[in-house]
Structures are given as structure tokens and as C-alpha cells.
Design a protein around this ligand. Structure first.
Ligand code: GDP
Length: 527
């Protein structure tokens, strides 16, 4: 087993586009649902699985849905292991969602054929772009009335500034849906039965001009498919694997997760085109997955739902080396080596070597708060992974303490939670009201309930006079100092002491940035 047979990816989408449905279908195709419902498991796999179930019970942490692993054999490729990382998308949209994308090698972007690119899809896409994460597009729900396929492709191309390459084409949509045509293999996937689902019925052709097509589709359907598919092949870029892997081109698959159309093409595309683990940005030099030493970074920390336990699970992406149960790893910059006796490993069905993990795999490490988001773990601690960003918060609130004697506890709590990535905290230069920033509403509720339950601090939140924040820097320290002096009432420091400009609106950021061309205003900051 090597890292070249790993595909570590995430699905990005706007709520309701069909991520959950598609995830289930992917897992079914890979046999993992079978695993989830399986009572009998053999040997090492059973031991390992019960390990994590025990941890889930004891600690009240649901970890299995954060990482879903499944395996499948492909002609010419052999067995491929898929690690699908969940990006919580609904009301609990948070920095975790963003940071999970730093731990994947590629992403699948699901869009609803009736809606096109929606706001959350776009935000998540921007994060992928920061790291040139390659994207495969899945246009879902073609069994329902949707927008014109060309309009959808053009929207992806224009809004995301990507070349698009249709790999399959819908033979009609909604009431006129007659199947999905594979433009590469000239296969037509056909619906069956009352439910009009895909149940494996496939017809092969020599090409779009094959006369047999006329006997399979309706006369209108075949005419429309020929015209549209020919136009599409002539009008868009041909598939270019290098451009896809560089994040410049997205192959597009049409389908219906609900009716199981296009799911096997998608999984095949991930196996054949999506990159295996890539070298990861690090100091002093990027780390190659083939390097012998075990290294990884923490991209997510999940706290216990029971406030009486301080237990946490740190999710580490393995970047190089072969991890073995019981191994000692050192967090760079803080702390002594820790022996990882009870890691949570995620298994594909057939994997017998259950005590090992390979680059691209995720390992859950139980700990008591020592491990933080962004931490590098390695055998020798000589490197540090870079590029795990903080994101400019979209919701800012002023924290109001109900008992003024608890200032110290409040500061500790806010610092702790900023470390975990639950919220960000900003200490204004003027005034004593600390400001917290989040990217999703639910984080505010989590913050207040944890302040109360874990830190015994009663606090409230008030609207802040600011709407957004930018980290500021300048090549010339004099320019930065000058800017900070003149804008003191809008300046704050983050938890690490970095200067932050708090703005009343995104418009103000643009206005101020124009007036101070020597100062850089960043919406993300590397930790
Ligand atoms: P998520 O919010 O992105 O996880 O979306 P879900 O998977 O929960 O799907 C949202 C709704 O769309 C559900 O009612 C699904 O049954 C429905 N849905 C998902 N995929 C399809 C599809 O391919 N066709 C149709 N007609 N409905 C779908």
C-alpha cells in the first residue's frame, strides 16, 4: 500500500444541492454502507472499529461522520482507497468547514441544476482556490426541471473563472429526461422502472452519429442530444488532466444523486483523475508524501459534547511516512513527544492492516486540549506545515461580561476557543470591549454555552460597530505604523498580537485600501 492509491477529498456545495444524498450513494458504491451496518467484522478491523465506537460512546463525540473511508477496485488502477472528509455545511458552517479543505487533495463541487452557483458554493470554492485544490463539478438533479446545461456551464466558467469541460451530457432534463450520455466512452445510461432510476442499464455506441441511438431515444430526444452534445464538444475546452490538477479546469458531470445517475462516472473520475496526496507546503521546505518520516497537521479539533469532559479529538492529516499505533509524535513549537496509543483510524472494508495509516489518511487523536488546529506533528519536529489560514470573520460581536470580576476567566476562555478555531477574538486598541468574530451564526451559540458551562462565565453578546476585519501588513514598517496611528479607533490585535483593521463594511475596506496603497489588507491569515 502506498499513498498513490489514496484519494482524499471533500464535497463542497450550498445546502440542499444534494451533498448528503450524493455522499450516501458514493458510500454505497464503495461498499462502506455495508460496513456501517455489518455486525460481524473480522480480526483487526473489528478491534479498530470497536475502538472508535467506544470512544464515541465514552466521550460523546461523533467522529465517524467526519471521515468516511471506502475502497473500490478499478481496471488498470487496482484498489483505490477514498477518504471523504465531511465539510459541515448547514447552520453549523464554521471555520472548521474551511479548514477541512486544507486537508484534502481535491474536491467535488455539487450544484443544483435548477439553481447554479449559490453563495456557499462560491465561498467554499474560493478556499479551494487559495490552495489550487482541483475541482470536479457534479450538476445534480437533472431528473427535475433545471436550467439549460449551457447556461450552467457558462455560469461556472464566468463566476469561478475556470475552464469547463463537459464529460457527460443529459439527454433532456426534468420531464424530458431520457438518460445521461458519456461523451468520453459513448455510453448512454438509461432509466428503468416506475421510479426512472438508474439500475445499471447501459447502451454503448460508436459515437453520437451511431444510428442505433435513434432506436433507444425518442426522436426529439435524439435530435436534441446530437445537437447539444456536438455543440458542447466543439465549444468547450477538451479535458486536460494537467489543467485540472492545477486548478484551472473543471470536468463537469451531469447526474442525479437521488436516481443514481452519474455517480459511478463521478467515482471513476475521482479514481482516475483526482490527485493522490501531493507535497504539502511546509517550512523549511515542502514535505513529499514519499518522505520516510511520519508528519501530519491538525485541521480540526472536536470538543466533547459533555462539558464535564475536557477530552478532545484532534483530526490529523497524515502527510508522509507510515503511521503505526503507539507511535510517538511531537507537536512542533510546544510540548513533549506524545505517544499515540489509541488513535482513531478509519478503515476501508477490505483493509486488514488496521494498525497502520498512510499519507492522505486521517487519524483521530484523543487528547486533553494539548493539540490545536494548525499544529504540526512529526517524529523529529524539525518542520512546520504552513498555509492553514484564519478567515476574515463575517459576523462580529462585542462580548459583554455580566460579572466584571471575571475578566481573567473571560480572556482565558476566549483565547482557548480562538486556539481551537471555534471563534476568533480581537482586542481593540481603544476601549475595553473585546470583540469576537465568527463565520457562522451557530458558533455564537456554541461560544455562549461553553463560556457558561466550561468556564462559569456569564456573558452576553451585543452588536459590534464593525462588520468585517482584515489583517494588515506592509513591507515598510513606517507605513504600517502610520496607518495604525491614523486609524487607531478601528485597530485591534488578534490572539497572536497581529494587527487587525476592523471595518464597518466591505465597502470601507476597499475605500481605505485605496487610500493606503502601501498597506496590504488580507482576508485570510496563515497560522
Ligand atoms: P444537502 O443539503 O446538500 O446535503 O442535500 P440533500 O442531499 O439533503 O438533498 C436535499 C433535497 O434534495 C432532498 O430532499 C433530496 O431528496 C433532494 N435531492 C437530492 N438529490 C436529488 C436529485 O438528484 N434529484 C432530485 N429530484 N432530488 C434530489
Amino acid at each position: 500500500m502506498t499513498s498513490s492509491d489514496r484519494r482524499t477529498f471533500a464535497i463542497i456545495s450550498h445546502p440542499d444541492a444534494g451533498k448528503t444524498t450524493l455522499t450516501e450513494k458514493l458510500l454505497l458504491f464503495g461498499g462502506a454502507i455495508h460496513l456501517a451496518g455489518e455486525v460481524k467484522a473480522r480480526g483487526a478491523a473489528r478491534r479498530a472499529r470497536s475502538d472508535w465506537m467506544k470512544i464515541e460512546q465514552q466521550r460523546g463525540i461523533s467522529v465517524t461522520s467526519s471521515v468516511m473511508t471506502f475502497e473500490r477496485a478499478f481496471d488498470g488502477l487496482g484498489d483505490i482507497t477514498f477518504n471523504l472528509l465531511d465539510t459541515p455545511g448547514h447552520e453549523d458552517f464554521s471555520e472548521d468547514t474551511y479548514r477541512t479543505l486544507t486537508a484534502v487533495d481535491s474536491a467535488v463541487m455539487v450544484i443544483d441544476a435548477a439553481k447554479g452557483i449559490e453563495p456557499q458554493t462560491r465561498k467554499l470554492f474560493e478556499v479551494c482556490r487559495l490552495r489550487n485544490v482541483p475541482i470536479i463539478t457534479f450538476v445534480n438533479k437533472v431528473d427535475r426541471e433545471g436550467r439549460d446545461a449551457f447556461a450552467l456551464l457558462d455560469e461556472v466558467a464566468d463566476m469561478l473563472a475556470l475552464d469547463v469541460c463537459p464529460m457527460t451530457w443529459p439527454a433532456g432534463m426534468g420531464g424530458q429526461f431520457e438518460g445521461i450520455y458519456d461523451l468520453v466512452d459513448n455510453r448512454l445510461l438509461l432509466p428503468e422502472g416506475d421510479s426512472r432510476e438508474f439500475q445499471g442499464k447501459v447502451e454503448r455506441f460508436t459515437g453520437l452519429d451511431d444510428a442505433r441511438l435513434d432506436s433507444v431515444l425518442s426522436p426529439e430526444g435524439v435530435a436534441r442530444l446530437r445537437e447539444e452534445a456536438e455543440l458542447a464538444m466543439a465549444g468547450y475546452e477538451p479535458f486536460d488532466a494537467a489543467a485540472y490538477r492545477a486548478g484551472d479546469l473543471t470536468p463537469v458531470y451531469f447526474g442525479s444523486a437521488l436516481k443514481e445517475f452519474g455517480v459511478d462516472s463521478l467515482i471513476d473520475a475521482i479514481a482516475r483523475h483526482a490527485p493522490p496526496p501531493r507535497p504539502q507546503p511546509a517550512e523549511p521546505a515542502p514535505v513529499d508524501p514519499g518522505a520516510g518520516e511520519v508528519t501530519g497537521f491538525v485541521f480540526k479539533v472536536q470538543a466533547n459534547m459533555d462539558p464535564n469532559h475536557r477530552d478532545r479529538i484532534a483530526f490529523m492529516r497524515l502527510c508522509s511516512g507510515t503511521f503505526k499505533r503507539g507511535m510517538k509524535l511531537t507537536p512542533t513549537g510546544h510540548g513533549k513527544p506524545i505517544a499515540i496509543h489509541s488513535p482513531i483510524l478509519f478503515f476501508a472494508r477490505e483493509r486488514e492492516l488496521a494498525d497502520e495509516a498512510f499519507p492522505g489518511d486521517i487519524i483521530g487523536i484523543p487528547n486533553h486540549g494539548t493539540l490545536r488546529v494548525g499544529d504540526t506533528l512529526s517524529e523529529r519536529a524539525a518542520i512546520r506545515f504552513t498555509g492553514l489560514p484564519n478567515f476574515a470573520p463575517e459576523i462580529l460581536r462585542r462580548v459583554v461580561l455580566k460579572d466584571p470580576t471575571k475578566t481573567k476567566q473571560l480572556r482565558k476562555a476566549l483565547d482557548d476557543m480562538a486556539e481551537e478555531g471555534v471563534t476568533q477574538v480581537f482586542y481593540p486598541e481603544i476601549g475595553s470591549n473585546w470583540i469576537i468574530g465568527v463565520v457562522g451564526q451557530l458558533q455564537l451559540d456554541v461560544l455562549l454555552s461553553r463560556l457558561d458551562a466550561e468556564y462559569k462565565v456569564a456573558a452576553g453578546l451585543e452588536p459590534a460597530p464593525f462588520d468585517t476585519a482584515r489583517w494588515v501588513s506592509a513591507a515598510d514598517p513606517g507605513e504600517l505604523a502610520n496607518f495604525m496611528d491614523l486609524n487607531r479607533s478601528s485597530m485591534a490585535k488578534d490572539r497572536d498580537g497581529n494587527p487587525v483593521f476592523l471595518a464597518k463594511s466591505a465597502w470601507e475596506v476597499g475605500y481605505v485600501a485605496e487610500r493606503y496603497p502601501a498597506v496590504t489588507f488580507a482576508a485570510t491569515r496563515e497560522r
